[in-house]
Design a protein around this ligand. Structure first.
Ligand code: 3HC
Length: 335
C-alpha cells in the first residue's frame, strides 16, 4: 500500500567510482562513495560524525520497536477472538525481532547492545513519541496497525536505501513485516466498521486520539530538524520529515473514506494547486513535552521496560552459563 520505488544502488559500481586508495585519503573515498550512492560497510573507514549519527538514529529506532511492544502487548490477553490473539502475538513478536536486527546493525558500528540498553533505561536515549500514548480499547490496536505502522512504513521504506549497508539491509525485512502489520490493522478496523454503532464509535474515537500524535511522529518540521540536512547529505535519510508527513496524509485520506471514518482536522482539504492535501497545525509543544518524558505514558513505559530487563537477568545468566559450558566441552573434545 505504501510501496515506493525500491531501486537499490549498484554498490560495486559506486565503490569502483571512488578514487583508489593511493590516490586519495579516506575522507575523499568516503565522500566519493556517498556521492556515487554507494554503500558504506562496517569495515570501511567512515567519519566519526557519520558513525555517531547512525548509532543515534538506529538505537532510537531499535528502542522504539522494543517499547512499541507494550501498547499492543497489553491487549493480547483481551483480544476478541483466537484469530485476533494469534495475529497480535505474531505482530508484537515481530516488533521484538525488529529491535534485535537493529541493535545488531548498531553493534557493527562498535556500540554494544548493553550500552544502548543502558542509554534507554537511564532515559538518555530517545524512542518514538508515539509509544507514550495509551491503548484504551480494542480499536486502538487496529488504529496502531493502520496509522502508526502506516506512518512507520512511509518513514522506513526510504531507509532501505540508507547509505549504511547493515541498516539498509535490516530495513528490507522490517518493511515487509510492517506492511503486513499495517494491513492487519486496517482489516481489523474494516471488520469493526461493519459491526454495531458502538463498535464504529470505538473506531472513530481511536482515530480521533491517534491522528495528531501520528502526524507528529515524523519528527519536527524541516525548518526545526536538527539532523536532517547532514543526514540527507550522507544518504542516511532520503526524504525529509515534512515530505514524508505529506505523503502519509495524501495516502491516508482515501483510506479513511473507504473505512468510513473522519479525520479530526477541520483544515484537511485537497489543494488543487499543490496537488496535495493541506492540513492543520500540529501541536509541537505536546510533541516536545512527550519526547522530553512528560507524555501520558512515558514513566509507565520506561518502568515496565526496566522491570522486564531486570526480571530477565536470570535468563541471560543461564544462557551465558550454558554457552560457557558448551565452549568448555568443545575445547575438551578438541584437545
Ligand atoms: N519521537 C521522539 N523523538 C523524535 C521524534 C519522535 N517521533 N522525531 C524526532 N525526534 C528527535 C530526534 O531523535 C532528534 O533528537 P536527538 O538529537 O536527541 O536524537 C530531535 O528530535 C530532532 O529531530 P530531527 O528531525 O533532527 O532528527 P532525525 O533527523 O534523526 O529524524 C526521525 C527523526 C525521522 C525519527 C529519524 O530518526 C528516523 O527516520 N528514524 C528511524 C525510524 C524510527 O526511529 N522510527 C520510530 C518509529 S519505529 C516504529 O514506529 C516501530 C513500528 O513497529 C511501528
Amino acid at each position: 500500500m505504501y510501496t515506493q520505488a525500491l531501486d537499490l544502488p549498484d554498490n560495486a559500481a559506486a565503490k569502483a567510482a571512488a578514487p583508489a586508495s593511493h590516490e586519495a585519503g579516506p575522507m575523499a573515498r568516503f565522500e566519493a562513495c556517498i556521492d556515487a550512492d554507494g554503500r558504506i560497510e562496517p569495515q570501511d573507514w567512515m567519519p566519526e560524525a557519520y558513525r555517531k549519527t547512525l548509532v543515534r538514529q538506529i538505537s532510537q529506532h531499535a528502542h522504539s520497536e522494543i517499547i512499541g511492544m507494550q501498547p499492543e502487548g497489553n491487549w493480547i490477553s483481551r483480544a476478541p477472538s483466537l484469530k485476533r490473539k494469534a495475529i497480535l502475538i505474531a505482530k508484537v513478536q515481530d516488533e521484538g525481532g525488529h529491535g534485535l536486527y537493529l541493535y545488531s546493525a548498531a553493534e557493527t558500528l562498535g556500540t554494544s547492545r548493553d550500552q544502548m540498553l543502558d542509554g534507554l533505561h537511564t532515559g538518555r536515549a530517545k524512542y518514538s513519541s508515539i509509544f507514550n500514548y495509551p491503548t484504551l480499547n480494542w480499536a486502538d490496536v487496529g488504529v496502531i496497525g493502520w496509522l502508526v505502522d502506516g506512518a512507520a512504513i512511509m518513514n522506513q521504506i526510504p531507509l532501505c536505501r540508507c547509505s549504511y549497508g547493515p541498516y539498509a539491509r535490516a530495513m528490507i525485512r522490517i518493511c515487509k513485516e510492517e506492511s503486513f502489520h499495517q494491513r492487519q490493522g486496517y482489516e481489523a478496523l474494516l471488520t469493526m466498521m461493519q459491526g454495531t454503532p458502538a463498535q464504529r464509535a470505538l473506531v472513530q474515537d481511536a482515530v480521533n486520539r491517534w491522528w495528531w500524535p501520528v502526524l507528529a511522529m515524523f519528527g519536527p518540521p524541516d525548518a526545526d530538524s536538527l539532523h536532517s540536512g547532514q543526514s540527507m547529505r550522507w544518504g542516511i535519510k532520503r526524504i525529509s520529515n515534512d515530505d514524508l508527513r505529506q505523503r502519509f496524509v495524501d495516502a491516508t485520506v482515501p483510506q479513511a473514506k473507504v473505512l468510513g471514518v473522519s479525520l479530526p482536522d477541520p483544515d484537511l482539504t485537497w489543494n488543487e494547486e499543490r496537488q496535495h492535501h493541506d492540513y492543520g497545525a500540529i501541536d509541537w509543544d505536546e510533541f516536545w513535552s512527550t519526547v522530553n518524558g512528560n507524555g501520558p505514558c512515558n514513566r509507565e513505559r520506561l518502568a515496565t521496560r526496566v522491570k522486564a530487563h531486570n526480571d530477565g537477568q536470570w535468563v541471560r545468566d543461564a544462557a551465558l552459563a550454558h554457552a560457557e559450558k558448551q565452549q568448555r566441552r568443545a575445547m575438551k573434545e578438541a584437545a
